[in-house]
Design a protein around this ligand. Structure first.
Ligand code: IPM
Ligand code: MG
Length: 396
């Protein structure tokens, strides 16, 4: 037994050292990238696994369609990056192969298809998730996920902490003995501060008078308690923004309470809770296939779908029917982030028209519906329509 404890202590010591070093890094964080000063802005495209390459390709087409002039002028470069596949990652037992990470770091922003996250018992070795690794390697601390369902009065903006919480050490737990498994969850003052501040900033900038902080601080007292106490402090810097705090369990309930849910506007949560409630929210919007996700750090940013690689669809040979909306929405978030707000808004309107209002063709995920390619073309036709604005207004 002594021996087991000694081994676990060593493991914990290593984790503590790494995390304290991370805190030092956070204290001296670089400033935000100013995209207006970059020429060209390099957009890296990573297809991912399963349905990823297919739907990413459609999103890339839409992006190239909207950025035709900028690409021709050399203001923007679109670069396709290979090698972030589960086959490759499994072969070398790494979440992100070193050479791919090197290429990724040469880009400024990324559009990434879903990557398969292995789990025990899979056909793949149980390596760390590429998503989690990328968020950590590029310090993409903010996972920003908008969800809108106008007819239900839902207009939510989620700020999910993306680099710590239950995730950061999710592949670093320890089986102390065969009977005792321990995982670690870490929340830092700096990590909590920057995501909570971002949520409050967003609320203030957009005249939204409500931020909701989600934790389970009544039970997970130390780390969630830290998150909540940082929120109390940050809130003092934003006296014009009201805020409240909810526990994750009742939050998931109230999000499906028609009377209550309209009150939520900007929501900020530690990593795992944010993961869970953003899937729930996306489902209310029409499924996880409809939601995009921005992973934002001060230096890099990565935009993706919120769903997985849907290997089942590929096995059943229906990847061509996968809904590319989430990736196209991610492309809109990317455009917005690098300074093309107008194009981003136009794309969002086109997506709304196609998915929520006009619905000339629909995706079902099977041959009963349109292909992803046909759907992307429908979106581009809608973008080309000189009456797009009027059309959109008429539905409001
Ligand atoms: C998400 C996904 C990822 C996560 C998985 C694929 C690791 O569910 O982006 O929400 O849990 O963060
Ligand atoms: Mg998730």
């Amino acid at each position: 037994m002594e021996n087991h404890i000694e081994k676990a202590k060593k493991h914990f010591e290593k984790i503590l050292k790494e995390q304290l070093e991370r805190v030092d890094y956070l204290k001296a964080e670089p400033d935000w990238t100013d995209y207006s000063k970059l020429k060209p802005i390099i957009i890296g495209i990573l297809g991912g696994d399963g349905i990823g390459p297919e739907i990413t390709n459609h999103a890339q087409n839409v992006l190239e369609f909207l950025l035709k002039a900028e690409i021709a002028n050399g203001i923007i470069e679109i670069r396709t990056l290979d090698g972030l596949t589960i086959e490759n990652r499994a072969k070398i037992l790494k979440a992100i192969p070193d050479d791919v990470l090197e290429e990724i770091k040469k880009c400024h922003v990324l559009l990434k298809g879903p990557t398969t996250t292995p789990r025990k018992g899979d056909q793949w070795p149980n390596i760390e998730s590429a998503n989690v690794a990328m968020r950590r390697e590029l310090d993409l601390f903010a996972n920003v996920r908008p969800v809108k369902v106008p007819e239900l009065g839902i207009d939510w903006m989620f700020f999910r902490e993306n680099t710590e919480g239950a995730y950061i050490l999710g592949s670093n737990g320890i089986n102390v003995t065969e009977d005792l498994a321990i995982d670690f969850k870490a929340i830092t003052k700096q990590g909590a501060d920057r995501i909570i501040r971002m949520a409050f900033d967003y609320a203030k900038r957009n005249d939204i008078n409500k931020v909701t902080v989600v934790t389970k601080a009544n039970v997970v007292k130390t780390s969630d308690g830290k998150f909540l106490s940082v929120a109390e402090k940050v809130a003092k810097d934003y006296p014009e923004v009201e805020w409240d705090d909810w526990y994750i369990d009742i939050m998931t309930a109230k999000m499906i309470d028609p009377k209550r849910r309209q009150q939520f506007k900007v929501i900020v949560a530690p990593n795992l809770y944010g993961d869970i409630i953003t899937d729930e929210a996306a489902q209310l919007q029409g499924g996880v296939g409809t939601a995009g996700s921005a992973n934002i750090g001060k230096r890099y940013a990565m935009f993706e779908a919120i769903h997985g690689s849907a290997l089942r669809m590929v096995k059943e040979n229906r990847q061509q029917y996968a809904d590319p909306s989430s990736m196209i929405k991610a492309a809109a978030l990317l455009l917005n982030h690098i300074g093309y707000q107008e194009k981003a808004l136009k794309l969002e309107k086109a997506l709304d028209i196609c998915a929520q209002y006009e619905k000339r063709i629909q995706i079902t995920g099977r041959s009963t519906g349109a292909t992803g390619n046909a759907y992307a073309e429908y979106i581009m036709e809608t973008l080309e329509d000189p009456n797009l604005e009027e059309k959109w207004e008429s539905y409001q």
